[in-house]
Design a protein around this ligand. Structure first.
Ligand SMILES: [Fe+2]
Length: 295
């Protein structure tokens, strides 16, 4: 796509980023309802660019929630511990890298956070995973701590015809945890465990709004592909992990305080880069919206 700004209304500017996905949205008031032309232009950008960056001032939790509702029905955070007070749909994510205490390993300090270094799409361990995720930067480190995004529709399109044929019809089991993941997730209560039994999703999903096919992957959750030997399943998942990590599919977002970034989990993967200085605070508010069952 050529990198040209679209002027959709007198104030709104949609600027595609110089990357295989992503657009910057300027001139929009995040705190006010949008008129129909603004909403339609932003929706179109969401479907074609998959990741939208809205710069602006810091919003409080209620403000982020109201903003997030423009992108669908917001849902309560599965993990109770991450919920923020009176607003169960807003979670506060502190991924500050702490100093290592003597006798404790790195995993002890940031084990759940480290899971977000792996390429993933949000909530693939539930039957109807997140549509959009809204992440809003309250505190950002002096350097590092970028969020990387992968365009999985482009990654699918670029596969060989042979690989596309091989993946056709394959389904995979996603669980809250899998031995394939490098790091273990947060410990959950029985109630939380009961809420999320393993689920099966297609490896290639069709976007319900655009009709485009995209790889549907999550290397923290994907356990195995159904109906093929484990070794073959592992080989395919490893091959896809290497495939999606190619620069040609990736945009790296370096955060500025106040940024709200909205992404489409149905056709992207993301990961956090844990390379900021120890002690530099990195605090985000997060809201997700309800998606459909992948098909
Ligand atoms: Fe995530």
């Amino acid at each position: 796509m050529p990198i040209t700004a679209t002027v959709a209304t007198p104030s709104l500017r949609i600027v595609p980023l110089d990357a295989p996905l992503g657009a910057r949205i300027d001139g929009v008031d995040r705190s006010q309802p949008w008129d129909a032309a603004t909403a339609a232009a932003i929706q179109q950008a969401f479907l074609t660019r998959h990741v939208l960056v809205f710069p602006g001032a810091t919003m409080d939790p209620a403000g982020v929630l109201a903003f997030a509702r423009r992108f669908g029905d917001t849902v309560a955070e599965v993990n109770r511990e991450k919920r923020l007070g009176e607003l169960p749909e807003v979670s506060r994510i502190n991924s500050t890298i702490k100093a290592i205490e003597p006798g404790k390993d790195l995993q002890f300090h940031v084990q759940t956070s480290l899971r977000s270094e792996e390429w993933h799409t949000d909530q693939s361990f539930v039957e109807r995973p997140a549509k959009a995720t809204i992440l809003h930067a309250h505190e950002v480190p002096s350097r590092g701590g970028a969020t990387w995004f992968c365009n999985t529709a482009a990654a699918y399109d670029a596969l060989s015809d042979d690989m596309k044929r091989r993946l056709t019809g394959l389904k995979a089991v996603h669980g809250y945890d899998t031995a394939r993941a490098r790091y273990r997730p947060a410990v959950r209560t029985q109630e939380e465990i009961d809420e999320s039994p393993d689920v099966v999703h297609p490896l290639v999903r069709t976007h319900p709004e655009s009709g485009r096919k995209a790889l549907y992957l999550n290397f923290n959750r994907l356990d195995h592909i159904l109906d093929i030997p484990r070794a073959e399943s592992d080989a395919i998942l490893d091959e896809l992990a290497a495939w999606v990590a190619q620069d040609r599919f990736i945009y790296r977002h370096n955060w500025t305080v106040g940024d709200a970034v909205v992404w489409d989990n149905r056709c992207t993967l993301h990961r956090v880069c844990y390379d900021s200085p120890v002690g530099d605070r990195r605090v985000m508010l997060r809201v997700v919206t309800q998606g459909d069952r992948p098909f």
